[in-house]
Design a protein around this ligand. Structure first.
Ligand code: ATP
Length: 230
């Protein structure tokens, strides 16, 4: 579904991603784990098109997407939830969630909303409230619901659990599991390996822009947990 080869991302003189190869098959959930500054966000942002790759290829369902805008990539079926609870603060909760489904016809948007409410029930109670007024955990859920609402084929989650209380981690994990059953492919990043390892199939440990270790989550669990405390 996603194939990345020899990916380089640089900011001025800083090599954030330094020659990464990564393949994700349909239906797999892949975790990128690494400390602050390892290059995880830069890799995710290159896939959704928020940063330009200095070198390398990114293909989605066999198509080179390197030259496409972020919008075009979203329309192909890539959903994205950024690091750090980014919601549109003055827009209502419902409009925030449906911002992820704007490419769908009105009737289907209604269905998306119903599906998201079934997944995260608090959305119904807060639907008319400005998203900026919610707690941090609730804002993160809104950002994730927005990424999920359009029914993506590939979901990019950048540190979805960062700073969240266990109750929200459980809700997000349950939502990802449900979408996994429907065949969703996920690429997620985390510094906090423990909860993420429970929902991922495969993992890659990243350090200084490179993938240092790869395997199934069972295989990389030890390395990933050690990395968590670096
Ligand atoms: P974090 O968890 O802190 O987001 P990360 O693993 O996602 O870490 P990146 O955010 O991709 O790592 O950062 C990789 C490197 O690139 C770091 O050295 C960081 O300082 C640098 N970097 C990231 N974004 C920028 C930017 N916009 N301008 C300059 N340097 C940047």
């Amino acid at each position: 579904m996603l194939a990345i080869s020899d990916l380089h991302v640089a900011y001025g003189g800083t090599q954030a991603v330094d020659g990464v190869d990564l393949r994700i098959e349909k239906g797999r959930t892949v975790l990128l784990i690494g400390a602050n500054g390892a290059g995880k966000s830069s890799l995710i942002n290159a896939v959704i098109g928020l940063v330009r790759a200095a070198r390398g290829l990114i293909s989605f369902e066999g198509r080179d997407i390197g030259g496409l805008s972020s919008d075009a990539r979203a329309r192909l079926g890539i959903g994205y939830s950024p690091e750090g609870r980014r919601v549109f603060p003055t827009m209502s909760v419902k409009d925030n969630v449906l911002a992820g489904a704007v490419r769908l016809p009105g009737r289907e948007q209604g269905r998306c909303w119903d599906r998201m409410v079934a997944t995260f029930p608090f959305l119904a109670e807060r639907q008319a409230q400005a998203a900026g007024e919610l707690s941090g955990g609730q804002q993160q859920l809104v950002a994730i619901a927005r990424a999920m609402s359009g029914g993506p084929k590939l979901l990019l989650l950048d540190e979805p659990f960062l700073g969240l209380a266990p109750v929200w981690i459980q809700q997000i994990s349950a939502a990802v599991r449900q979408m996994q059953e429907e065949g969703l492919t996920v690429l997620m990043t985390e510094q906090m390996a423990r909860p993420a390892l429970k929902i991922a199939h495969d993992g890659h440990v990243m350090r200084a822009g490179r993938i240092r270790r790869s395997g199934t989550t069972a295989e990389i669990r030890g390395a990933a947990l050690a990395e968590e405390y670096l």
